[in-house]
Design a protein around this ligand. Structure first.
Ligand code: ADP
Ligand code: MG
Length: 292
């Protein structure tokens, strides 16, 4: 492409809310064969809601919710917001906490009124020495519905299975169809568990899923998806997406995301959803075709 055609292409993109931080990205996008997307906040709204809480024998619903919300009050994860909101809606008091600990990709723990409370993924419970096998059927059912199963442990006993659901953005199905029409494969990278990720992928017609990815594992996930030599675009928004945005052949940050993600990206999507990716790729194909 000539410098002029790239200027025209990037200018037209800007009008559509697609900012090319690097002109070369316009050409690189044309060669992309697979678009990998971070699930939370990009495919979904990033605002999950509490949908289920089933206490173990000897625990009460409100007791578990209040204790778990007390711990989550310190966390900034979207799951934490869902749990705290649910507790507030029930009029439960959020007690003060001590010794808060966040384990990225696993969960959070603290002491609340002298009780030890931990909440997080199955792998977190296993790390803490709890056997989640008793909730296996329930977890499979929740995951099959696209909900994220979580567990609460109180005073070293497994106290409940909890689920949150993050609604899919209204614009996502159409954007995925458009990417498929452009001949691209779509992959999902997520920290969420396999059953949940696969249910959401099935619902959306997503071609490949890399689930249970720890925050520092996204770069490895990109290497796996690119193993066959395909050029890959990665779309993400979070702080932990920055290395993956830099590693992809083209990194696209959603504009509503964090500064560090935006600085690591080649392209910034102002719209905050996947339609910006479709526009960027369609534009890149049109621009490069025009000057050939
Ligand atoms: P994602 O961005 O895909 O949600 P994360 O790495 O942020 O991935 O989280 C992965 C998993 O770790 C979550 O699905 C959840 O099971 C668990 N987790 C992380 N933070 C919390 C938290 N504050 N409360 C409960 N669970 C959490
Ligand atoms: Mg995240």
């Amino acid at each position: 492409a000539t410098p002029t055609s790239i200027m025209v292409g990037t200018g037209r993109a800007a009008e559509m809310g697609v900012l090319f931080r690097k002109g070369e990205a316009l050409q690189a996008l044309r060669d992309v064969a697979i678009v990998a997307v971070d699930k939370t906040g990009t495919l979904t709204r990033g605002q999950p809601e509490l949908t289920d809480l089933t206490p173990s024998t000897g625990f009460e619903y409100n007791e578990v919710l209040a204790l778990v919300a007390a711990v989550e009050a310190r966390s900034e994860h979207p799951i934490a917001t869902a749990i705290v909101t649910a507790a507030q809606e029930r009029g439960l008091a959020i007690a003060p906490l001590e010794n808060f600990e966040a384990v990225p990709g696993y969960g959070v723990a603290a002491s609340v009124g002298g009780r030890h409370v931990a909440v997080g993924a199955d792998r977190y419970m296993e790390k803490l020495g709890h056997d989640v096998a008793g909730f296996k059927n329930e977890a499979a059912r929740l995951g099959g519905e696209g909900k994220t199963p979580l567990y609460a442990a109180i005073d070293n006993r497994l106290a409940a299975i909890i689920a949150v659901a993050d609604p899919i953005r209204e614009t996502t199905p159409e954007a995925i169809r458009a990417l498929h029409d452009l001949g691209l494969k779509v992959a999902m990278i997520t920290g969420d568990n396999r059953a949940t990720a696969e249910a959401v992928a099935r619902q959306l017609g997503i071609d490949e899923v890399v689930p249970e990815v720890l925050p520092q594992g996204k770069v490895t996930a990109i290497h796996e998806l690119r193993a066959s030599g395909r050029k890959l675009a990665f779309v993400g928004d979070g702080i932990n997406d920055a290395p993956a945005l830099a590693e992809a052949n083209v990194g696209l940050a959603v504009g509503t995301g964090t500064d560090i993600a935006i600085e690591s990206a080649d392209v910034v999507l102002m719209s905050g959803d996947l339609r910006g990716v479709v526009n960027a790729i369609a534009l890149s194909t049109a621009t490069i075709r025009n000057i050939k």
